[in-house]
Each structure stands twice: as structure tokens, then as C-alpha cells.
Design a protein around this ligand. Structure first.
Ligand code: ADP
Ligand code: ADP
Ligand code: MG
Length: 446
């Protein structure tokens, strides 16, 4: 097992990984920008190294500085967390070239899955149902028109290197296609440094259902069931739950097996998430995220498996002793992403936390780096906490979420706590009569 892990991240996810390391008896090194000198992940780690000024490109994305931090502290492995360098194959390769272990998939797997066209081809090869269209790179507007006709309108033009809900253009009819193609490819170039786009059928009012997988890198893979992440705003997840309230046991077993089959087929290593859209009883693969995911705790609560511990053990060469038959699902879990943002206009709200009181009690888990006096810098993601609750069933879980949201005090910054309280008590959420654009429709109708 590793002696010391450097965590190349910040915020709640850095804490999450530090906590796993501490429980496993592994030393930890935090990195931080000058804006985060007093941050909780720095306080909680055994050692810390400042890697640069506030802007992420100069600190949390500063590969030479992070590598130097790993060298001087003698870390034998690097956990990238999520976001930042987590899906950067060059970073994973550099870590390995310096004789350290990158806790994640191989650089080749990161590169392949980071290209959504290649990922769809791999999914298709593994027998997964994919969204119609989109296994070819679209070189120009003429090819885009042909692909759109083949897939059938409405279509989405998607950036092959896209992520975080960015890089998608919806096109309703043929006459709008050429212009949308130009916009999509130039935006993709600006946002991801890669203008490659593909065309996919826009599925009508789908749900987002994804499968958590674990794999040993040698062809053994299992799934930990699904998460339903249908409550989204601008293609970004707001609330996630497990299990999905709408799947039959047969659908659950089938989609889980599809996720594991993809991981097995590509000899995937580590933890990953296979994402699908679900509409009218059909699943459509959209992408695979080659990393830990923000919403992993809901799966941990219903399976009892510590996903970060599994990542670390696989990376350390201990393999994956778990078999599919070891995995049992119990109860229901819901996660609310608490962001430092205005709950009506969705404008980020950086600042200093004046008063802080997290909820507690039975079935409540708070993954957060907040404390009284904590600074929320304007430079990074606005996620300040994940409130995750467990209950014997969905209704018990919802009641607990309502109670926990009510207990939560975060003063000094504006958060979306009130929005979560409204969503979980809305009739559509209670009935789970929702789709990925439901939240926006519902907000407009209020
Ligand atoms: P998906 O990309 O499928 O929506 P997630 O919801 O887990 O998966 O994360 C969304 C994206 O936002 C991730 O790709 C990650 O890069 C980024 N991200 C989310 N939360 C954070 C955070 N706390 N710190 C850094 N990056 C984050
Ligand atoms: P990202 O890498 O940004 O996470 P995804 O391909 O995972 O991109 O898609 C993010 C979200 O965008 C999905 O959860 C869904 O809400 C929406 N979306 C993506 N592809 C389609 C599609 N073909 N039809 C309808 N909605 C889609
Ligand atoms: Mg996605």
C-alpha cells in the first residue's frame, strides 16, 4: 500500500480523499493556491504545498509545480479528484513517467474516453445501446447536414472533447444547421482547445441514468448500480439519487451489466461512470467519465462500498476482490449539490462564511469544506457542500432531506439551499415525473 498520497485538488473532494487516506493509514499531501492558504483541505492534510497564484491554470492545473510538490514531499501516488487534471491523459502519463502512481485509469483509457466519438464506438463494440448518430467526426457543415438527416431532427451538435454540460447546440430544423455547426465548432475550439464535433439525435425529454463501475484493469469489472441525475440545470446535475425511482429490477440489472460490460471490454482500471439517457423504456449511452464523480456518495450509502478506498486499492495493485454477487442495495439516498450561488438568478456568490452549522443526526452525510470564516474564492467551482441523506425508502429519504436542509445554516454567502427545499417538495419531484429539462420548465412556471 502507498505511504503517502498527494491530492491534486481542492474543496470537498480533496477532503473526501484525505478522509479515505486517513482511515487507511496513508499520509496525505495537500496542494493549494494562494487563495486557498487557509482552506480546510490544507488544514486537514498532513502536509501542504503552495503551487501558485489563485487562477486555476497557475495552480491546480500547474503540472510542473504539482509534480515538484510530489517530489519534495516524497508522495508515491497522486489522486487527481475530479475536474482540474482528473481527465488529463498527459498529466496521468507524466505522473507515471516520474515513477509515481496515478490513481485512476491508464493514460490511454483517459484519452480514449475523453473523446466522446471514440467512447461511443467503444460502447457500441461492447454491445451497449447508443444515441443514434455521432460515431463520426463532422468535418464541415455539409457533413453535419447529412449526419443530422440520418439521425433525424431535432439533433444536438456536441463537442467531442466536451464536459461539464458545455459544448452542446440543439438544432430543430435543417435551415439552422449550418450556423449552429459553425457556432458549436468555434465554441468547442475556444473552450476545449479542440473544435471536433459530432451530431447526435436529441432524445425527447430523457432522464439521465448512470452506472457506477469498478474494474481491476485486467478484465474484471462490477457495477454498483445506477444513479438518477435527472434534476439538471443547463445540463448540469443539481440533485442525484439512487436507486432510480423509475427502473424495474430487470432494467436495473440490465443497465448495470451494460456498464460493467463496457469496463470489461476496454480493460478499464479503477472507478468510472457510464452515462445513459433513458426515455420511453429505452437506454442510450452518451459517455463514460473516467474518474470519481461528484455524486458518488449516493452509491456509497446504498451499497456500503467506499468508492475512494476501492480506487486506492486498485491503484496500489490489490486488484478488485469484490464480485458482483457481493453487491447488495439497501434503502434510498439523495444528494443535493449546495452551490454558492443566487437560487433565482444562478449568479455565483463568493465571499466569507460568517456562520456555519451543518445538519446532523441519523442518515445525514455532509461532504463540505465549509466552516465559520471559510473563504469561497471566485476562481473555482461554486460547489460548497454536498448534503447526502439516506432513508429506508424514497419517502423517508425525502423527509430527511427536508429536515436536514432546514437545519443547514450557511450565512455570509448566498446559496441554493432554498431552491433544494422547493424542489424536493414539488409534486413533480415527489412523483418523479421529471426529465432533464424539467427544472428549467418548472422554474419558469413558478
Ligand atoms: P458530469 O461531468 O458527468 O456532469 P460531475 O457532475 O461529476 O459529472 O461533474 C461535472 C464537472 O464539473 C466535472 O467534469 C468536473 O470537472 C467539474 N466539477 C464539479 N464539481 C467540481 C469541484 N468541486 N471541483 C472541481 N471541479 C468540479
Ligand atoms: P457532459 O460531458 O457535459 O457531461 P453529456 O454527454 O454527459 O455531456 O451530456 C450532459 C447532459 O446533456 C445529459 O445529462 C443530458 O441532460 C443532455 N444531453 C446530452 N446528450 C443528449 C441527447 N442526445 N439528447 C438529449 N439530451 C442530451
Ligand atoms: Mg456527462
Amino acid at each position: 500500500m502507498f505511504q503517502k498520497i498527494l491530492i491534486a485538488n481542492r474543496g470537498e473532494i480533496a477532503l473526501r480523499i484525505i478522509r479515505a487516506c486517513r482511515e487507511m493509514g496513508i499520509g496525505t499531501v495537500a496542494i493549494h493556491s494562494t487563495a486557498d492558504a487557509e482552506a480546510m483541505h490544507v488544514r486537514m492534510a498532513d502536509e501542504s504545498v503552495c503551487v501558485g497564484p489563485p487562477a486555476a491554470r497557475d495552480s491546480y492545473l500547474n503540472v510542473p509545480a504539482i509534480l515538484t510538490a510530489a517530489e519534495i514531499t516524497g508522495a508515491d501516488a497522486v489522486h487527481p479528484g475530479l475536474g482540474f487534471l482528473a481527465e488529463n491523459s498527459r498529466f496521468a502519463q507524466i505522473i507515471e513517467d516520474h515513477g509515481k502512481v496515478f490513481i485512476g485509469p491508464t493514460p490511454e483509457q483517459i484519452e480514449m474516453l475523453g473523446d466522446k466519438i471514440q467512447a461511443k464506438r467503444a460502447a457500441e463494440a461492447a454491445g451497449l445501446p447508443i444515441v443514434p448518430g455521432g460515431v463520426e467526426l463532422i468535418p464541415d457543415a455539409i457533413a453535419a447536414a447529412a449526419a443530422a438527416e440520418a439521425a433525424g431532427y431535432p439533433v444536438l451538435i456536441k463537442a467531442s472533447a466536451g464536459g461539464g454540460g458545455r459544448g452542446m447546440q440543439r438544432v430543430e430544423r435543417a435551415e439552422n444547421l449550418a450556423r449552429a455547426y459553425e457556432v458549436a465548432s468555434s465554441e468547442a475550439e475556444a473552450a476545449f482547445g479542440d473544435g471536433s464535433v459530432y451530431v447526435e439525435k436529441a432524445i425527447d425529454r430523457p432522464r439521465h441514468i448512470e452506472v457506477q463501475v469498478l474494474a481491476d484493469g485486467k478484465g474484471h469489472a462490477i457495477h454498483l448500480g445506477e444513479r438518477d441525475c435527472t434534476v439538471q440545470r443547463r445540463f448540469q446535475k443539481v440533485i442525484e439519487e439512487a436507486p432510480s425511482p423509475v427502473l424495474t429490477p430487470e432494467e436495473r440489472a440490465m443497465i448495470g451489466e451494460h456498464g460493467a460490460a463496457l469496463a470489461r471490454n476496454i480493460n478499464y482500471r479503477g472507478a468510472g461512470t457510464v452515462e445513459f439517457l433513458y426515455a420511453e423504456g429505452k437506454f442510450y449511452f452518451i459517455e463514460m467519465n473516467a474518474r470519481l464523480q461528484v455524486e458518488h456518495p449516493v452509491t456509497e450509502l446504498i451499497t456500503g462500498i467506499d468508492i475512494v478506498e476501492q480506487q486506492i486499492k486498485i491503484a496500489a495493485g490489490e486488484g478488485l476482490p469484490l464480485q458482483q454477487s457481493d453487491i447488495e442495495f439497501r434503502g434510498h439516498a439523495i444528494e443535493a449539490r449546495i452551490n454558492a450561488e443566487d437560487p433565482e438568478r444562478f449568479i455565483p456568490s463568493p465571499g466569507t462564511v460568517e456562520r456555519y452549522h451543518p445538519p446532523g443526526g441519523s442518515g445525514v452525510r455532509v461532504d463540505s469544506h465549509m466552516f465559520q470564516g471559510a473563504k469561497v474564492p471566485p476562481h473555482y467551482d461554486s460547489l460548497v457542500a454536498k448534503l447526502i441523506v439516506y432513508g429506508v425508502d424514497r419517502e423517508a429519504c425525502r423527509a430527511r432531506m427536508r429536515r436536514a436542509l432546514h437545519e443547514y445554516v450557511i450565512d455570509g454567502i448566498v446559496t441554493n439551499l432554498p431552491l433544494h427545499a422547493r424542489i424536493i417538495d414539488s409534486q413533480d419531484f415527489i412523483d418523479s415525473a421529471i426529465d432533464v429539462v424539467w427544472l428549467e420548465r418548472w422554474l419558469n412556471s413558478q
